[in-house]
Design a protein around this ligand. Structure first.
Ligand SMILES: Cc1ncc(COP(=O)(O)O)c(C=O)c1O
Length: 380
């Protein structure tokens, strides 16, 4: 399908090409000095003591669940309105994800009141997801976690570069997990980062990322080690130097690209307010501090979403849904909470549509999308 305006687009140029060429010429492809440089730059950027690059954010979330101690019989509270990886990560450990509701129309992040209601004697952790790059209510959630002695893991897949009260998202909880998947604000194709201030977690994460081995191929190449022990059941969640090189360049572009995303988001708000005021645009409160990864809008109650998206497609504008709630998936039917406790998730899950948003979009593209929405909503 040739879209006039696609949902997302990446900002890749000769800089990325050159960085990859350099790695290829160096002939060192597995995790090494370029990965270390990316980790150092990333930890400085977000203000975390430790940053470890990994295969993807799903791996990051899994490792976060392992090192914070989730195990069979435990429960972890997660939003249902998120990508399935947030809840899958809990299940990989044998623990059970318990779904909490979102705040409402103006804020699609997890509600701390709903979290509070879901806490039982088996709850060990809260996984929050900063929807579209917009912050969860971290002060209230951390307070609740302290009160009940729960770990907090941030799924910051959408939120690279977002702030809350001057502190980067991903550094509020015990561990933060970022995605560099191909549609994210900074991308390496597949890739991710895990950040923490906790030295013990960081040491264990390093081991678990690479089979539980006490030294890496890179250490042996550098002459720092001859052999290794295996001290735990680890995984191969390593990133490679090609992706790390892409990550370094993308990180350098992030601040400007996030600024452009915020500008486009505001342009959308103004255009939609003028042309189609019956459309709800959530997150007005945090518009200025978000990485603005997604442009979610809510159709008026009763509007037929599939026909709306078909009409947008006929106008060659790509739209998407974030997300079909996890508790509605077949693989989750027998897991977690009673859907009647998730009224906001059910309502918004049925009305949400995601509009195109990427730094290379023009202001005119935004008006084209707003006009297409006005057209798509005209009753036939
Ligand atoms: C909210 C959220 N969590 C987790 C992930 C998983 O990220 P990855 O594809 O890097 O494993 C994604 C990816 O789309 C996501 O959007």
């Amino acid at each position: 399908m040739e879209w006039k305006i696609p949902l997302s687009d990446i900002d890749f140029g000769p800089e990325e090409q050159m960085a990859v060429d350099e790695v290829l010429q160096s002939k060192w492809l597995t995790m090494g000095s370029v990965t270390q440089e990316l980790e150092t730059a990333f930890s400085a950027y977000v203000g975390a003591k430790h940053a470890l690059a990994v295969t993807n954010a799903t791996a990051a979330l899994h490792l976060a669940c392992v090192v914070t101690g989730l195990k069979p019989g435990d429960e972890a509270i997660v939003p249902s309105l998120t990508f399935v990886a947030t809840a899958n990560a809990v299940r990989y450990t044998g623990a059970v994800p318990i779904f909490a509701d979102i705040i409402g129309e103006n804020d699609l992040t997890i509600s701390y009141k709903s979290i509070e209601r879901a806490i039982t004697g088996r709850t060990r952790a809260i996984l929050v997801m900063h929807y579209g790059g917009y912050p969860c209510d971290m002060p209230s959630i951390l307070e609740l976690a302290r009160e009940h002695k729960l770990k907090v893991i941030e799924d910051a897949a959408h939120a690279v570069g977002s702030d809350l009260d001057g502190r980067k998202l991903g550094t509020w909880g015990d561990i933060g997990c970022f995605s560099f998947f191909s549609n994210k604000n900074m991308t390496t194709g597949e890739g991710g980062m895990i950040v923490t201030d906790n030295d013990d977690y960081s040491q264990r994460l390093q081991l678990l990322r690479s089979h539980g081995m006490t030294s890496l191929t890179w250490d042996r190449h550098k002459g720092h080690a001859w052999s290794y022990d295996v001290v735990g059941l680890g995984y191969n969640y390593r990133i490679d130097e090609i992706r790390a090189a892409l990550g370094k360049i993308q990180l350098g572009k992030l601040a400007a690209n996030n600024e452009r995303r915020r500008h486009l988001t505001q342009t959308y708000r103004d255009a939609l307010q003028e042309l189609v005021p019956q459309i709800t645009v959530p997150f007005a409160r945090h518009a200025g501090i978000s990485a603005a990864h997604l442009m979610p809008v809510l159709l008026p109650p009763g509007a037929e979403r599939t026909s709306f998206m078909e009409s947008m497609k006929a106008q060659m504008i790509q739209t998407s849904i974030h997300y079909p709630p996890i508790h509605t998936f077949s693989a989750y039917k027998a897991v977690g909470d009673n859907p009647s406790l998730l009224p906001n998730t059910e309502d918004i899950g049925a009305r949400e549509v995601t509009l195109p948003l990427y730094p290379a979009m023009s202001d005119e593209d935004v008006f084209t999308v707003a006009q297409a929405i006005a057209h798509a909503l005209i009753p036939v």
